[in-house]
Write a new protein. Sequence first.
Length: 110
Amino acid sequence: MNKALDYIKKSSSKHEFVCQEEVAAFLEEQNSVDAEEVFLRKEKKEFMYMVLRRFRKKQPINYEILIQVKYLEISVETVAEEYGLTKSGVNNRIYKAKRWLQEEFRKVYE
């Protein structure tokens, strides 16, 4: 959209004729691409939230461990102490959580 406005400003300063229909078509094309892109991003985000909610409901401990270690960056040792697990037990749960999430995403995208 900014490109179109810049073009109009530049054209008028050079006294060039700018066809309003061309500008309108350009803006419409830009808006439709942007709208489609926004819609697809929003749809993907909603799907990811849905999968994460389902994961949290089915495997609450693994969900909490995954979030703490991978997203909150709490050390594996600290999480292991909190849940009474070994470090390898925490890593095993993270592995299982990732596998479950991959399978859920694969079901939809295949």
